[in-house]
Design a binder for this molecule. Sequence first.
Ligand code: NAI
Length: 249
Amino acid sequence: MVKDKVCIVTGAARGIGAAIVKKLAENGAQVAFTYISDSSAEKAAALENELNKDGIKVKGYKSNAADFAQCETLVNDVLKDFGKIDVCINNAGISKDNLLLRLAPDQWNDVINVNLNSVYNMTKQVIRPMIKARSGNIINMSSIIGIRGNAGQASYAASKAGIIGFTKSIALELGSRNIRCNAIAPGFIETDMTHYLKEGTAADNFLKDIPLGRFGKADEVANLALFLASDMSAYITGEVISICGGLSI
Ligand code: NAI
């Protein structure tokens, strides 16, 4: 579905990002992905080793998506290594949950920086080669929390709602250049980020609001990312697509 497309995926040593890298590579894409910490380097190398075969190139880059200059370097390096950029998937994200009464300025700033500023940083860099190529595709990882909010997650919700406004604006700005921009809004997906929710009453409370009665899997989000990255979604732009087992109903 994405044969020979060059895709960048940020924050992809584990979780949803890693699932997307696998899915894209298994469907014929050439994939550049990022990780942030030295402790992720081993996982990134394992992902490369697993997927680099049969003419598929997968390469990990240590790069902080919250740092504008590092994103500029990354995009230049990917262009050097892969020759073009067809798809950029802005997946990197963190949560530092706290009730507003206790939410410190640095907790707020960290979340906005990593989740929202990163999307600006990367998109700003990739649109230049995309405009030149008269074709491009940007996919931003929002969240159902960015649509409905959640007590104790004001910074996370604000960052993910910001991504939605950004996504629609870029779709409007760049549609005439044949550049699409969509957002994915996952519900509760089983990853390290939501690990702490899986036990006790919090999990039961969430589960009773999910019509499908279970948390989602990273691979299921990767299926949606694959669809949006492929030409099967060629007439879709500016959309926010929920993948949440019905939680948003
Ligand atoms: P995760 O915590 O397993 O993975 C996030 C990845 O981003 C990690 O590998 C982390 O090292 C990387 N990262 C963090 N800061 C970074 C930075 N500054 N630069 C580059 N990489 C960075 O989380 P998960 O669950 O895989 O989340 C992926 C995305 O999906 C995030 O944007 C998250 O907000 C979003 N999401 C996740 C949901 C869930 O239920 N797991 C629900 C809705 C959205």
